[in-house]
Design a protein around this ligand. Structure first.
Ligand code: AMP
Length: 216
């Protein structure tokens, strides 16, 4: 099975698809957003700076993200990983290639989850999250919590993400537009890129992903 790198505009369903991959295939899910949110809870200068950047929708410093990934991948050596939200700049993509080399060049595929700006914004408006990591969407029958406002998995209260608002969305989406063309080209040239249309049913998307992760 191939390792997976998910790159996508905000609210494309990286977390939802990762959860399905973990459940069915035992992938280790690494979310750069989650790693950074964890760092942001620390009451340090760096923690507070990350918290501010995330709320604004601005990217966090490249070198910090690369260090977090290096550390995480070294800690799960030998296990299949599904990486979500990294790389988000071409510099991160180049540095990540070096990290993979250090790890013995594990095989991987990059999936670009494609959805329009309008669809992404509609999803942002309906998204609620739990501190346990599970994400919901109140406008999607398949992704709604069973009890309004409560996590199905752990029973805690659901909240809106600090960056799920109109201003932050605009910054995040523009960042994608500015950076992703180069990143996609970089992986396309290596024959590593697959584009998946995600304006469809969650399970339909998952079945398409399953077709490309099996080894040839
Ligand atoms: P996500 O949970 O993937 O939507 O990411 C939430 C936020 O974390 C982003 O809007 C950025 O502020 C930050 N972030 C996530 N991944 C990266 C990355 N690869 N590089 C820099 N910042 C990131």
């Amino acid at each position: 099975m191939k390792n997976i790198i998910l790159i996508a505009p905000p609210a494309a369903g990286k977390g939802t698809q990762s959860e399905l991959l973990v459940k069915k295939y035992g992938y280790v899910h690494i979310s750069m957003g989650d790693l950074l949110r964890e760092e942001s809870t620390k009451d340090t200068e760096l923690g507070n700076e990350i918290k501010r950047l995330i709320a604004e929708g601005t990217l966090v410093n490249d070198d910090l993200t690369i260090e977090l990934i290096r550390k995480k991948l070294n800690s799960i050596k030998g296990q299949h990983f599904c990486l979500d939200g990294f790389p988000r700049t071409i510099y991160q993509a180049h540095e990540f290639a070096k990290v993979l080399e250090e790890l013995g060049n594990p095989d991987y595929i990059v999936l670009y989850l494609d959805l329009s700006k309008d669809a992404a914004y509609a999803r942002i408006n309906g998204r609620l999250i739990c501190s346990c990591g599970k994400s919901y969407n109140i406008y999607d029958e398949n992704l709604k919590p069973k009890v309004a406002g409560i996590c199905d998995k752990c029973g805690k209260e659901l909240v809106k993400r600090s960056d799920d608002n109109a201003e932050s969305f605009k910054v995040r989406y523009e960042t994608v537009l500015n950076n992703f063309a180069d990143i996609k080209k970089f992986y396309q040239e290596q024959g590593k890129l697959e584009t998946v249309n995600v304006e469809r049913d969650v399970m339909e998307i998952f079945h398409d992903i399953e077709k490309v992760i099996v080894d040839d």
